[in-house]
Ligand binder design. Structure first.
Ligand SMILES: [Fe+2]
Ligand SMILES: [Fe+2]
Length: 263
Protein backbone atom coordinates (compact mmCIF):
# COMPACT_ATOMS: atom_id res chain seq x y z
CA UNK A 1 0.00 0.00 0.00
CA UNK A 2 1.29 3.47 -0.91
CA UNK A 3 0.30 6.36 1.35
CA UNK A 4 0.90 10.06 0.70
CA UNK A 5 0.91 12.52 3.58
CA UNK A 6 0.87 16.20 2.55
CA UNK A 7 2.36 18.76 4.98
CA UNK A 8 0.19 21.64 6.27
CA UNK A 9 -1.73 23.09 3.31
CA UNK A 10 -1.39 26.87 3.65
CA UNK A 11 -3.98 29.21 2.11
CA UNK A 12 -4.97 29.46 -1.53
CA UNK A 13 -1.42 28.90 -2.85
CA UNK A 14 -1.29 25.60 -0.93
CA UNK A 15 -4.75 24.52 -2.11
CA UNK A 16 -3.90 25.36 -5.71
CA UNK A 17 -0.66 23.38 -5.86
CA UNK A 18 -2.40 20.37 -4.28
CA UNK A 19 -5.17 20.54 -6.89
CA UNK A 20 -2.67 20.83 -9.72
CA UNK A 21 -0.19 18.20 -8.62
CA UNK A 22 -2.19 15.53 -6.76
CA UNK A 23 -3.43 13.65 -9.88
CA UNK A 24 0.19 13.31 -11.11
CA UNK A 25 1.38 12.12 -7.70
CA UNK A 26 -1.39 9.53 -7.48
CA UNK A 27 -0.32 8.12 -10.84
CA UNK A 28 3.43 8.32 -10.31
CA UNK A 29 3.42 6.65 -6.89
CA UNK A 30 0.36 4.42 -7.42
CA UNK A 31 -1.11 5.96 -4.29
CA UNK A 32 -3.83 4.11 -2.37
CA UNK A 33 -4.40 6.61 0.41
CA UNK A 34 -3.95 10.39 0.64
CA UNK A 35 -3.85 12.26 3.94
CA UNK A 36 -3.10 15.96 4.49
CA UNK A 37 -2.83 18.35 7.39
CA UNK A 38 -5.45 21.06 6.83
CA UNK A 39 -5.06 23.39 9.82
CA UNK A 40 -3.94 26.35 7.65
CA UNK A 41 -6.18 25.89 4.62
CA UNK A 42 -8.24 29.09 5.13
CA UNK A 43 -5.72 31.86 4.33
CA UNK A 44 -3.36 30.30 6.87
CA UNK A 45 -5.81 30.16 9.75
CA UNK A 46 -8.06 27.20 10.26
CA UNK A 47 -10.37 25.51 7.79
CA UNK A 48 -14.01 26.00 6.77
CA UNK A 49 -16.47 23.20 5.99
CA UNK A 50 -16.55 24.23 2.29
CA UNK A 51 -12.75 24.15 2.00
CA UNK A 52 -12.61 20.76 3.72
CA UNK A 53 -15.22 19.37 1.30
CA UNK A 54 -13.23 20.78 -1.66
CA UNK A 55 -10.16 18.87 -0.53
CA UNK A 56 -12.15 15.66 0.00
CA UNK A 57 -13.57 16.12 -3.52
CA UNK A 58 -10.14 16.26 -5.16
CA UNK A 59 -9.08 12.96 -3.58
CA UNK A 60 -7.85 13.61 -0.08
CA UNK A 61 -9.18 10.80 2.11
CA UNK A 62 -8.52 12.22 5.57
CA UNK A 63 -7.57 15.68 6.88
CA UNK A 64 -5.66 16.08 10.13
CA UNK A 65 -5.14 19.41 11.91
CA UNK A 66 -3.60 21.04 14.96
CA UNK A 67 -3.61 24.20 17.05
CA UNK A 68 -5.28 26.29 14.30
CA UNK A 69 -8.36 24.07 14.08
CA UNK A 70 -10.68 26.54 15.89
CA UNK A 71 -9.59 29.67 13.94
CA UNK A 72 -12.74 29.42 11.79
CA UNK A 73 -15.74 29.06 14.10
CA UNK A 74 -17.87 27.32 11.43
CA UNK A 75 -15.79 24.21 11.92
CA UNK A 76 -17.46 23.61 15.29
CA UNK A 77 -20.86 23.00 13.72
CA UNK A 78 -19.19 20.87 11.00
CA UNK A 79 -17.87 18.56 13.71
CA UNK A 80 -21.21 18.62 15.53
CA UNK A 81 -23.13 17.69 12.39
CA UNK A 82 -21.00 14.53 12.00
CA UNK A 83 -21.34 13.53 15.64
CA UNK A 84 -23.01 10.11 15.80
CA UNK A 85 -22.92 9.73 12.00
CA UNK A 86 -19.86 7.68 11.02
CA UNK A 87 -20.72 8.05 7.29
CA UNK A 88 -20.73 11.85 7.26
CA UNK A 89 -17.94 13.39 5.19
CA UNK A 90 -17.15 15.67 8.12
CA UNK A 91 -16.06 12.58 10.05
CA UNK A 92 -12.93 12.56 7.86
CA UNK A 93 -11.64 15.80 9.40
CA UNK A 94 -9.63 15.26 12.59
CA UNK A 95 -8.41 17.47 15.41
CA UNK A 96 -5.77 16.29 17.88
CA UNK A 97 -7.12 13.45 20.03
CA UNK A 98 -5.49 14.63 23.25
CA UNK A 99 -7.62 17.79 23.51
CA UNK A 100 -9.82 17.96 26.64
CA UNK A 101 -12.88 15.70 26.77
CA UNK A 102 -16.11 17.33 25.46
CA UNK A 103 -14.35 19.42 22.84
CA UNK A 104 -16.12 18.97 19.49
CA UNK A 105 -14.50 16.62 17.00
CA UNK A 106 -12.25 13.57 17.33
CA UNK A 107 -8.70 12.47 16.72
CA UNK A 108 -9.16 9.09 15.05
CA UNK A 109 -10.65 8.07 11.71
CA UNK A 110 -11.13 4.46 10.70
CA UNK A 111 -11.85 3.63 7.10
CA UNK A 112 -10.95 1.10 4.43
CA UNK A 113 -9.44 1.16 0.96
CA UNK A 114 -10.52 -1.80 -1.13
CA UNK A 115 -10.54 -4.52 1.52
CA UNK A 116 -7.81 -2.91 3.60
CA UNK A 117 -8.82 -1.30 6.89
CA UNK A 118 -6.76 1.68 8.00
CA UNK A 119 -6.75 4.23 10.80
CA UNK A 120 -5.50 7.81 10.94
CA UNK A 121 -4.66 9.33 14.33
CA UNK A 122 -3.97 12.97 15.17
CA UNK A 123 -2.04 14.09 18.27
CA UNK A 124 -0.65 17.40 19.50
CA UNK A 125 2.58 17.91 21.44
CA UNK A 126 2.85 19.69 24.79
CA UNK A 127 6.34 21.19 24.61
CA UNK A 128 6.16 24.93 23.72
CA UNK A 129 2.46 24.46 22.94
CA UNK A 130 -0.84 25.02 24.81
CA UNK A 131 -1.37 22.48 27.57
CA UNK A 132 -3.39 19.41 26.65
CA UNK A 133 -3.75 15.81 27.79
CA UNK A 134 -0.74 13.50 27.55
CA UNK A 135 -0.42 12.40 23.90
CA UNK A 136 1.53 9.27 24.92
CA UNK A 137 -1.27 7.91 27.14
CA UNK A 138 -3.94 9.02 24.69
CA UNK A 139 -2.32 7.23 21.76
CA UNK A 140 -2.26 4.00 23.80
CA UNK A 141 -6.04 4.32 24.27
CA UNK A 142 -6.60 5.04 20.57
CA UNK A 143 -4.55 2.03 19.49
CA UNK A 144 -6.77 -0.14 21.69
CA UNK A 145 -9.79 1.14 19.76
CA UNK A 146 -8.63 -0.03 16.33
CA UNK A 147 -7.85 -3.40 14.83
CA UNK A 148 -6.47 -1.89 11.59
CA UNK A 149 -2.90 -2.88 10.74
CA UNK A 150 -2.29 0.18 8.59
CA UNK A 151 -2.13 3.12 10.99
CA UNK A 152 -0.82 6.59 10.25
CA UNK A 153 -0.26 9.12 13.03
CA UNK A 154 0.14 12.90 12.61
CA UNK A 155 1.98 14.28 15.65
CA UNK A 156 1.45 18.04 15.49
CA UNK A 157 4.21 19.42 17.66
CA UNK A 158 6.88 22.09 18.00
CA UNK A 159 9.76 20.22 19.65
CA UNK A 160 11.84 17.76 17.64
CA UNK A 161 12.58 15.82 20.86
CA UNK A 162 8.89 15.22 21.55
CA UNK A 163 8.23 13.99 18.00
CA UNK A 164 11.30 11.70 17.97
CA UNK A 165 10.25 10.31 21.37
CA UNK A 166 6.77 9.56 20.02
CA UNK A 167 8.40 7.84 17.03
CA UNK A 168 10.30 5.48 19.32
CA UNK A 169 7.25 5.03 21.57
CA UNK A 170 5.14 3.88 18.62
CA UNK A 171 7.82 1.95 16.71
CA UNK A 172 6.39 -1.41 15.71
CA UNK A 173 2.85 -0.38 16.70
CA UNK A 174 1.97 1.93 13.78
CA UNK A 175 2.82 2.13 10.08
CA UNK A 176 3.98 5.74 10.16
CA UNK A 177 4.45 8.58 12.60
CA UNK A 178 4.86 11.89 10.82
CA UNK A 179 5.42 15.25 12.45
CA UNK A 180 3.74 18.52 11.44
CA UNK A 181 3.38 22.10 12.75
CA UNK A 182 6.82 23.68 12.22
CA UNK A 183 6.20 24.01 8.44
CA UNK A 184 9.88 23.17 7.87
CA UNK A 185 10.60 19.72 6.39
CA UNK A 186 13.29 17.71 8.15
CA UNK A 187 15.76 15.40 6.38
CA UNK A 188 15.54 12.55 8.91
CA UNK A 189 12.99 10.29 7.24
CA UNK A 190 13.66 6.62 7.95
CA UNK A 191 12.03 3.34 8.85
CA UNK A 192 12.65 2.61 12.53
CA UNK A 193 13.79 -0.95 13.48
CA UNK A 194 10.27 -2.09 14.46
CA UNK A 195 8.85 -1.14 11.06
CA UNK A 196 7.45 2.34 11.68
CA UNK A 197 8.16 5.00 9.05
CA UNK A 198 9.20 8.24 10.72
CA UNK A 199 9.89 11.87 9.86
CA UNK A 200 10.14 14.73 12.37
CA UNK A 201 8.37 17.24 10.12
CA UNK A 202 6.72 16.85 6.74
CA UNK A 203 6.91 20.61 6.07
CA UNK A 204 4.37 22.95 4.49
CA UNK A 205 2.44 23.00 1.25
CA UNK A 206 2.17 26.66 0.39
CA UNK A 207 4.23 29.83 -0.07
CA UNK A 208 7.85 29.37 0.98
CA UNK A 209 8.96 32.98 0.36
CA UNK A 210 7.64 34.10 3.74
CA UNK A 211 8.07 33.02 7.37
CA UNK A 212 6.31 29.66 7.80
CA UNK A 213 3.61 30.84 5.38
CA UNK A 214 3.17 34.47 6.46
CA UNK A 215 4.47 37.55 4.56
CA UNK A 216 8.08 38.02 5.65
CA UNK A 217 7.85 41.83 5.98
CA UNK A 218 5.11 41.48 8.62
CA UNK A 219 6.97 38.91 10.69
CA UNK A 220 10.25 40.82 10.43
CA UNK A 221 8.45 43.94 11.65
CA UNK A 222 7.10 42.02 14.58
CA UNK A 223 10.58 40.79 15.54
CA UNK A 224 12.01 44.30 15.14
CA UNK A 225 9.30 46.22 17.00
CA UNK A 226 7.48 43.65 19.17
CA UNK A 227 4.21 45.29 18.06
CA UNK A 228 1.18 43.09 17.39
CA UNK A 229 0.53 42.71 13.67
CA UNK A 230 -2.16 41.27 11.47
CA UNK A 231 -0.83 38.20 9.68
CA UNK A 232 -1.28 37.89 5.93
CA UNK A 233 -0.43 34.85 3.88
CA UNK A 234 2.64 35.04 1.64
CA UNK A 235 2.16 34.15 -2.02
CA UNK A 236 5.42 33.20 -3.76
CA UNK A 237 7.74 30.18 -4.12
CA UNK A 238 4.87 27.75 -3.69
CA UNK A 239 5.93 24.21 -2.87
CA UNK A 240 4.22 20.96 -2.00
CA UNK A 241 5.97 19.15 0.84
CA UNK A 242 4.95 15.58 1.47
CA UNK A 243 6.12 12.07 2.22
CA UNK A 244 5.20 8.77 0.61
CA UNK A 245 5.14 5.67 2.80
CA UNK A 246 5.32 2.23 1.24
CA UNK A 247 3.89 -0.43 3.56
CA UNK A 248 2.91 -4.08 3.69
CA UNK A 249 -0.85 -3.87 4.23
CA UNK A 250 -1.09 -7.34 5.81
CA UNK A 251 1.33 -6.53 8.66
CA UNK A 252 1.11 -2.72 8.62
CA UNK A 253 4.91 -2.51 8.62
CA UNK A 254 6.55 0.20 6.55
CA UNK A 255 8.99 -0.80 3.82
CA UNK A 256 10.12 2.70 2.94
CA UNK A 257 9.56 6.42 3.33
CA UNK A 258 10.36 9.05 0.72
CA UNK A 259 10.39 12.83 1.05
CA UNK A 260 8.77 14.84 -1.76
CA UNK A 261 9.08 18.50 -2.74
CA UNK A 262 7.23 19.81 -5.79
CA UNK A 263 7.36 23.38 -7.07
FE1 LIG B 1 0.48 24.49 10.39
FE1 LIG C 1 0.22 24.13 13.96
Amino acid sequence: MQILFIGDIFGRPGRTIVKERLPGLVKEHALDLVIANGENVAAGFGITPALAEDLFDIGIDVLTSGNHIWDKREIISYFEEADGNPYSTARRLLRPANYPPRMPGWGIYQGSKGQIPYAVLNLQGRVFMPSNDDPFRVVDQLLNETSAKVILVDMHAEATSEKISMGWYLDGRVTALVGTHTHVPTADERVLPGGTAYVTDVGMTGPHDGVIGVKKELILDRFLTNMPIRFEAATGDVRLNGIVVDCDETTGRARGIKRITLR
